[in-house]
Every structure is written in C-alpha cells, then in structure tokens.
Design a protein around this ligand. Structure first.
Ligand SMILES: C[S@@+](CC[C@H](N)C(=O)[O-])C[C@H]1O[C@@H](n2cnc3c(N)ncnc32)[C@H](O)[C@@H]1O
Length: 254
C-alpha cells in the first residue's frame, strides 16, 4: 500500500538553501527531472533508496507517491535545520522514510562543523540500498570528500544496483568552461571553481578525474548524460541542477 500523501506538508524553502537562488521557477523542472531520471534508471515501488544531500526534502516529498510499504527512503544531509524539519513534518507521516543528519563541515551549508567529508562513514550497513542518488551535491564537496563518498556508495549499494550522481564535469571540449556569467577557474589539477571569492562553492571537476575516482571506488559507469550547462549544448540535457552532468554508477560484483 502507498502512504497517503494527502495533507503532506510541502518542503519549506526558508528552512535551508538548496541552490535555487531566486530562481524558484526552476524547482518544478528539477523535481520532474529527478523523478523521471530515477524512474528511467530503476525506481520501483519497492525500491530501497538512499538520497545523499536530501536538502529540504523535495525528492522525499515526491517519492511518497511512488514507494509502497515494501519500499523505503533514507535521506541524509549536513543541515541540522533541514533534517529537523523533515523529522518533524515528513517522517511522522511516512512510515518507511527516515532522515539522518551527518556532521560534516561545508563552507556554504554547514560552516560550523569541523569534520571533513572524507572522515565520515555513512551510517548504513553494506548493501542496504538498491538505488542511490546525489543531485546537486558534488558541486559543493572537495575532491577527497567525493572520493570517500564514492567508496561509501560502493559499500552501501547492492552490487549491480545504480547510483545517479550529478557533477559539473569539464571535458576537453570545454575550452573556457562557464556556468551562466561565471567562468570556472582551475584551482588544482582537474579541479575548478566559479566563485573564487567563496571557498568550497560551485566546484567542477575534469571528467577524467571523476571517472578515475569512480573506478578507484570500485564503481563502474553504466550510463552518462551530458548536462545542458556546456556551451555547445542547446537542449535541456538531464537537467538535474542547472543542467548538470549525470553519471550513473554501479558497484562491481564482489
Ligand atoms: C544544491 S542543494 C541540493 C539539495 C537536493 N539534493 C535537491 O536537489 O534539491 C545541495 C545539498 O547538499 C548538501 N550537502 C553539502 N555537502 C554535503 C555533504 N558533504 N554530505 C551530504 N550533504 C551535503 C547541502 O546541505 C544541500 O542540502
């Protein structure tokens, strides 16, 4: 049986920023695309889904209509405010949904913590999930943190099951990569940011570096979709977060 989503409180944009800036109109497209991508890559009513960087819970809100009693959703984030809101407002109404706070420092989203992303084990057991996603998260995580998160994804996902991960991925075709008005500036080999004034914001990585980190984590790329942010693309791409690039990865069979 599916939970009743009638009367479910809508996520509150004032609780925590989720990268929309003033462009709240982009939210509807983001929600549609995230669900469509998950459906395309294996979402079922019985999925056991992990969302990394769940923000204020839009995906959880939308998934309430998709998962039944045999399915489950776990989302985690670094924002105490977002997780508190989700625990108070969504968790009591959705039996198989759980929201976890991970204590990880992030210059934009959790400046007060002192723990690095590469120091934190996901609080889940090996092979607990059969689907995972991180939409709009790895633009805000440093290289070592991403490498560690990828290893954790490989651990908590069942072998052969997909994780959908969005990145801003720079390819050799991107001569002067820029997102909107802002150019990406190289800050280390294969690492760029387009807010030189704000450390840890808006990071992009070379596609080759992303693929190396994915392989080193014991994951294989099973699908790739180029995002619309690249200057040479005119269509919408996978449109997760401003047309980010999508890597669908899966743990190799152990
Ligand atoms: C741009 S928002 C996207 C939120 C949500 N995925 C969506 O698409 O609406 C980025 C989210 O990643 C979270 N975040 C940043 N660093 C994180 C980390 N190391 N681990 C988990 N979440 C993180 C932020 O707190 C924020 O909620």
């Amino acid at each position: 049986m599916r939970p009743s989503v009638e009367g479910l409180p809508e996520p509150d944009l004032s609780v925590h920023p989720i990268g929309l800036g003033r462009n709240e109109q982009g939210l509807a497209g983001r929600r549609r695309n995230q669900i469509a991508l998950l459906e395309r890559f294996g979402l079922r009513s019985t999925s056991r889904l992990l969302e990394i960087g769940c923000g204020i819970g839009w995906l959880a809100f939308d998934l309430a209509a998709h998962l039944d009693d045999a399915g489950s959703y776990v989302g985690f984030d670094v924002s105490p405010e977002a997780i508190e809101w989700l625990r108070e407002n969504l968790a009591p109404r959705l039996a198989n949904f759980r929201f976890d706070l991970v204590d990880v420092q992030n210059p934009r989203y959790r400046p007060k913590s002192t723990r690095r992303a590469d120091e934190v084990a996901f609080p889940y057991s090996d092979g607990q999930f059969d689907l995972a996603c991180a939409f709009g998260v790895f633009m805000h995580v440093e290289r070592d943190g991403i490498a560690h998160y990828l290893r954790e994804i490989a651990r908590v996902l069942e072998p052969g099951c997909p994780a959908l991960l969005s990145f801003m991925a720079v390819t050799p075709n991107d001569i002067e990569p820029r997102n909107g008005q802002r150019a990406y500036v190289a800050i280390a080999p294969g690492v760029y940011r387009n807010r030189p004034d704000r450390e840890g914001w808006s990071l992009a990585y070379d596609d080759a570096l992303i693929r190396t980190m994915i392989a080193d984590a014991g994951l294989a790329v099973v699908a790739f979709e180029e995002g619309a942010w690249h200057g040479h693309r005119r269509d919408a791409g996978s449109e997760t977060v401003p047309g980010a690039d999508l890597y669908v990865v899966s743990p190799e069979h152990r």
